[in-house]
Write a protein that binds this ligand. Structure first.
Ligand SMILES: Cc1cc2nc3c(=O)[nH]c(=O)nc-3n(C[C@H](O)[C@H](O)[C@H](O)COP(=O)(O)OP(=O)(O)OC[C@H]3O[C@@H](n4cnc5c(N)ncnc54)[C@H](O)[C@@H]3O)c2cc1C
Length: 225
């Protein structure tokens, strides 16, 4: 069966795996160069080495495999995603230049606020979910109309975009090391992270785990749901 390369999220989002450089063997051989050794086929001994490296936080061999993704997510999530900086390179669509119709993330359900947390939510849906999602949609439509009206008046896209909400989708290409994605997923799969970003982190897990099964298990298994 072919590996999955793209996973859709929300009403217009996705995570697409574009390219993968390396494998579990890349990690092993990065580590074995210390002893001027190299493996040509992955063995049980190599598995033991990867587990040892992960357990003892010898992370640099996990920097060598590289992954390129194309990701589309709402801006409020991209702001959180972009906080993960070390080991990542990103380029993003610019609404200074692009003036195509924006797309907005509309949740199917609005979750209740959790009074026990400073930030966060319960799993329960608010009583009048329909009223709330309709209000969100109306607000998006109004912003969109104003955006269009501003540009009809000759306002440049880089200023007209100021009225667009945080729920607007953005798109970027991201290249990062296996270690960087493992770190991001570890932090963003935590139950304290926002549900919507956990969904994106879970998509990354689904795409990367089959490419680096031993390394991913060693680095991340304890954090996954
Ligand atoms: C659940 C959750 C809630 C969050 N809430 C908030 C919030 O309310 N407000 C907010 O501002 N941020 C918040 N963050 C973001 C958080 O503070 C981190 O910026 C983010 O998780 C990225 O962490 P990182 O280790 O991947 O960072 P990276 O910048 O990718 O750094 C990777 C690692 O490199 C090292 N490093 C990087 N920079 C330095 C440095 N200057 N000095 C020394 N070592 C360095 C550290 O070991 C670091 O962990 C939140 C994150 C999570 C997961």
């Amino acid at each position: 069966m072919d590996d999955i390369n793209v996973l859709t999220l929300g009403n217009a989002g996705y995570v697409e795996l574009l390219e993968v450089f390396g494998s579990d063997l890349t990690v092993v051989n990065a580590a074995r160069v210390s002893f001027a050794k190299e493996s040509t086929e992955f063995s049980d001994r190599d598995k033991g080495l990867i587990n040892y490296l992960a357990k003892h936080n010898h992370v640099s061999p996990f920097f060598h495999p590289q992954v390129r993704m194309r990701i589309k997510m709402p801006i409020f999530l991209a702001r959180e995603w972009y906080r993960h900086t070390v080991g990542f390179a990103r380029n993003e669509v610019s609404r200074r230049y692009v003036d195509s119709d924006p797309e907005f993330y509309l949740p199917e359900t609005c979750r209740e606020r959790d009074p026990k947390l400073k930030q966060g939510s319960k799993q329960e849906t608010v009583k009048d979910n329909r009223l709330c999602t309709d209000a969100m949609r109306e607000s998006y439509e109004k912003s969109f109309q104003i955006y269009k009206a501003l540009m009809e008046q000759g306002v440049c896209p880089e200023q007209a975009r100021m009225v667009l909400p945080q729920s607007m989708y953005t798109e970027f290409i991201e290249t990062a090391s296996l270690a960087a994605y493992a770190r991001l997923c570890k932090l963003r799969l935590d139950p304290g992270a926002q549900k919507e970003i956990r969904d994106y982190a879970n998509a990354v897990v689904t795409l990367l785990r089959p490419k680096f099964p031993v390394s991913w298990e060693a680095l991340c298994a304890e954090f996954e749901s």
